[in-house]
Design a protein. Sequence first.
Length: 325
Amino acid sequence: MSVLVYVENTGGKFKKSTFEVVSYAAAVSKQLNTELIAISIGEVNPSDLSKLGNYGAKKVLNVSSDQLKSFVNQAYASIIAEATNKEDASVVILSNSFTGKGLSPRIAVKLSAGLADGAVELPKTDNNIFTIKRSAFSGKAFATIELTSAIKVIALNPNSFQINESNESAIVENFVPALKESDFRTMVSEIVRASDKIALPDAELVVSAGRGMKGPENWAMIEELAKLLGAATACSKPISDAGWRPHEEHVGQTGIAVSPNLYIAIGISGAIQHLAGVSSSKTIVVINKDSEAPFFKVADYGIVGDAFDVVPKLIEAVKAYKAHS
């Protein structure tokens, strides 16, 4: 028996969420007293694959072919399912990223496995039963579920588990799966990435703004603060709908759900739809001139004041801090 973890890459590089999910999977394998095997699909440097041993992987299955350079949902799910059977894995773990949300249910169906997506903690194990805490209702609540199936699939929410490192290396083994033509009926024709921006789902810090900014011409201060903090920029739905900011920055129930260590909301009232996408944030700071704004009810820290007064002072404070550190 073993634990299998899928290690997602972007352009051949691993992101922080990958190291989180490998660390999490290593902890699960320790609970079960078994070994952790990783599977990578796509073009990744073999030395980077070997370094996954630093996070607990004993072996890495490397799947590489021209057909698989870009993400193909059905094909990737079939490959991971085949690797699960090959390695006699009882648990399959992956990140609950945009990619993982598409893969995890497909993998579960192929393996007749129970699925816990949006996991935020290690499972509690009792014989063959896993009890897992997961986010629910778009992050507004938590649910505790039991997986009793022989094989279990867990999708871990980003920023939910600490990265653990050591000085180990993993064995890299080429794996050639049995690809089927039916797995390639739906293909990605083009991927356009904003390479100069921090991806929202992976961001540890997020600076977000809403209608309190009055217009797109005032967004420079938001971008400056985000750049100083090394944060991603985001916005509320009315802002993206109005065309002030691109739709990929829209955070909320109908946009992107985030769970950063710090979420700064500037000029956002805090409608329930927006809160649904940010409630998993570890620390929420709200800046709003309306002291009755709903966002203050869930904020860890609140500043009642005009964004055009507060944000410039915050920028100067960050600059001063960085100059003396």
